[in-house]
Design a protein around this ligand. Sequence first.
Ligand SMILES: C[S@@+](CC[C@H](N)C(=O)[O-])C[C@H]1O[C@@H](n2cnc3c(N)ncnc32)[C@H](O)[C@@H]1O
Length: 236
Amino acid sequence: MNLLHARVPAGTADTAPMVAARVDLLSSGAYRPLADALAKVASEHVQDGLIIDAGAGTGYYLAHVLDAVPAAYGLALDVSAVALRRAARAHARAGAAVWNLWEPWPVAGSSASLILNVFAPRNAAQFHRVLTADGLLVVATPNPGHLRELGDLVISVDGAKDARLEETLGERFARVDRLEVTQRVTLSAAQIRQVVEMGPSAHHLHRDGRRERLDAITGPADVTTSFGVALYRPVP
Ligand SMILES: C[S@@+](CC[C@H](N)C(=O)[O-])C[C@H]1O[C@@H](n2cnc3c(N)ncnc32)[C@H](O)[C@@H]1O
């Protein structure tokens, strides 16, 4: 469902090549530990109701979470119509709507038992309006050191990211827990290309010979993937 022919600045929505790279990388299982961690958190805290994935991309994480909470149904929101076409087919209990997260969401207040936000924009006011009073907000972010072996081929995560997350959510939310999901994985040359091309680093490949250096990688490499999963309750 495209509720909006979204007017957002160029470069906001994931493009078709980014989505294609993300589909391939995620289907390889490289980020499966994060999906498992999110599914476990959801199954421990939520029995049913609406689960919204804000900035859902292809719906990969939402589908894993819905598998873990069989009585819940899901809604994927994302401004990328290309990604949302995937998300609409990601799970039998999920719908999908193209939407700009910075606009008031097309969802009733106090309607969601869980909001999932994985590497996507965070609209604290809408999170707070849409969550039930006892709902849970789950925010996944990359940690400093994530993909560090790839150097400047990926945008590095600065040490202040977690503090900025706290600042963004401000007084509307209280953090109740934080998990770390860190592992070493061996990525093939194709997967290294996908991991670079599926995110914002794709926009910087024309600089400093990065495209040439990426293309010169022909063998596998061991890399670190590291994510934080922070859990929040709304403050009344
Ligand atoms: C790094 S991707 C993460 C996608 C998904 N959560 C995942 O991890 O596979 C960020 C997503 O946020 C979406 N996005 C960026 N700005 C947005 C906005 N203002 N409103 C809705 N979605 C937005 C992009 O289209 C993209 O799908």
